[in-house]
Structures are given as C-alpha cells and as structure tokens.
Design a protein around this ligand. Structure first.
Ligand SMILES: Nc1ncnc2c1ncn2[C@@H]1O[C@H](COP(=O)(O)OP(=O)(O)OP(=O)(O)O)[C@@H](O)[C@H]1O
Length: 283
C-alpha cells in the first residue's frame, strides 16, 4: 500500500484574496482525482493557474466553490489543530524557496524535518544541526554536498532552488507539491533534479504533483500530464497521449513558452510539425 495521500477535487474553484472583485476565479471549477503515490506534472502557459492549483492542493487557498478531499477528508471541515496536523503531511516547494538569508545550508535542509519534530527539538535543530549526514546525503542527490556549511545568501538562484528541493528528502510529508522546480536550473541540472524527485517519490510511495514549464521534461519523466489553460482543465492524459497538436492548442498565443524562448526552457521538438506518431484519445 502506498504511503502517499490521495487527492480528490470536485468542481473545486479557487480565487486569490487580492484578486479584483468580479474577476473570474484563477482556478475554474475543476474535477480531478489523484491516487495515493501517483506522480504527475501540471503544465500550461504562464497565468494558466498552475500555482493556484498547487496552493489549493496544499490547503493554502480555500476553495471558493466545490470541495477538496485529502485521503477522503475535507481539510476545510477539520478543526484548526487537525488542519495544522494535516498540513504537516504536505510539502509545498514554492518557485523561490523562502530561505532565511544568513542561515547555513545544513540548517535550511534539516528544516524539512520540522513538521516531524516537537517544538523543543525544532528550536534545538535551528541552533545545533542534528543529523548532518542526512542533510549531506540529501544535498548530494542534487550535487550540492560541498555547500553543506555555506550561507544561503551566498548561493546562486539555482543552488537555492536545489536546496529547497533537497528539503523534500528530509520531510515526513506524504504529498510533495513542487512549483516550477526548474526555473533557475540549466538543462542537465533540471534532468538530475527531476530524476531525483520522481525516483524518491516513487521509492517512498509519496504522491508528487509538480508544475513545469519545461514540457519536454514533463513528458519524459511523468506518466500523467494535467494541462491547464486560462484557469480550466484542458486535458488530463497519460504522457504518451499528449500529442504535438494538443500542445500547440494548449500554448496557442504562448508559443514562445513551448519553443523555449524563455530562459532555461528546453526546446521540445514541435516545429515544423509532422503528423503526430502518437495515438490521440479525446476526453
Ligand atoms: N496573489 C495573487 N493575487 C491575485 N491574483 C493572482 C495571485 N496570484 C496569481 N493570480 C492570478 O491568478 C491567475 C493564475 O496565476 P497562477 O500563478 O496560478 O498561474 P501559473 O500557471 O502558475 O503561471 P506561471 O507559469 O506564470 O507561474 C493569473 O491570472 C494571476 O494573475
């Protein structure tokens, strides 16, 4: 049996508290089921609602309509303390990890464990890193072992991003929600980071949902692809069924994102477009 959390969205919509009054919800009513231990990528052009979906799954943004269930339980109906306990089972890696500037990398990585520690142990670990070998091993998976005792504010953006991901390996969470983990990484580091996340999620039976701008990486590493467009579900398919035509429709008017004009975005082979070799199954 998987250790991961299952997710069920039923007509779930979400809007940001600061959104303009009368604006459409950033996430339109969406129905989606994600099994315990499933590994999937969320793609779609900029502004499509990928981060909003992740925030809704992380119980950071309450539904404006519809329902969310984590392992069959609606988190928003739980008493506050139980909601906090549930959040301890989730690991949300934002695009830019909020790492305190003067902190050492070892402390930042071990902070991934905090939800599993008592308050006293948490405070102790901030001053006396308790399991340096574990932090070293996690960093090594992201090729950062030599930065163990470096200060976080002396790292490059890409190194910081990888420190944020290394935290997941220390975390007790059963659901990893990773928002655009590759935005500051070069192609080789991107592949390594995704390989590590997917491999570790599978080995632990953790559910992994990652938003990705790099469509080629998503298709190569994730068995299931959920695509969003203008806040709504565009398709939800096995990676092998995501054709060029679907991608071109998804990224219509945003072709530069698909072609990789954005920094660090690899170029999926979509132009010129020969007939797709892959079978299409419409839903
Ligand atoms: N904090 C916020 N307050 C108000 N509106 C927001 C906020 N964050 C996002 N939005 C709006 O919600 C919509 C979806 O944004 P979201 O960040 O989820 O898209 P995305 O697909 O993750 O984009 P990107 O790929 O650029 O990160 C956009 O129209 C955006 O302007």
């Amino acid at each position: 049996m998987s250790n991961g959390l299952s997710l069920a969205l039923q007509d779930l919509a979400a809007r940001h508290p600061a959104a303009r009054a009368g604006a459409a919800p950033a996430l339109q009513p969406t129905t989606l089921h994600i099994g315990a231990g499933e590994v999937l990528a969320v793609i779609g052009p900029s502004g499509a609602g990928k981060t909003t979906l992740l925030q809704a799954l992380a119980c950071a943004l309450p539904p404006s309509a519809g329902t969310l269930a984590l392992n069959g339980t609606d988190p928003w109906r739980l008493p506050r303390r139980q909601l906090q306990a549930l959040r301890g089972q989730l690991f949300l890696a934002p695009q830019v990890p909020p790492l305190p500037p003067r902190q050492r990398v070892v402390t930042a990585v071990l902070a991934g464990r905090l939800p599993a520690l008592s308050l006293a142990a948490s405070l102790r670990s901030l001053f006396y890193p308790s399991d340096i070998p574990a932090a070293h091993a996690a960093l090594a998976r992201f090729d950062l072992a030599d930065k163990l005792f470096e200060r976080v504010d002396r790292l490059s953006g890409g190194e910081r991003q990888r420190v944020g991901l290394a935290r997941a390996l220390l975390s007790p969470a059963r659901l990893w929600l990773v928002d655009e983990p590759l935005s500051a990484l070069d192609p080789a580091r991107s592949r390594q980071a995704i390989d590590t996340l997917v491999h570790e999620a599978r080995a632990r039976g953790v559910t992994l949902v990652a938003t990705l701008h790099q469509v080629d990486v998503a298709l190569a590493h994730f068995p299931r692809i959920v695509a969003l467009q203008q806040g709504a579900l565009a398709f939800d398919l096995p990676a092998a069924e995501v054709t060029r035509e679907r991608l071109l429709r998804l990224y219509a008017q945003h072709e530069h994102e698909l072609r990789g004009d954005a920094p660090h975005t690899a170029v999926p082979d979509i132009h010129p477009a020969p007939p797709a070799p892959v079978a299409m199954h419409c839903r």
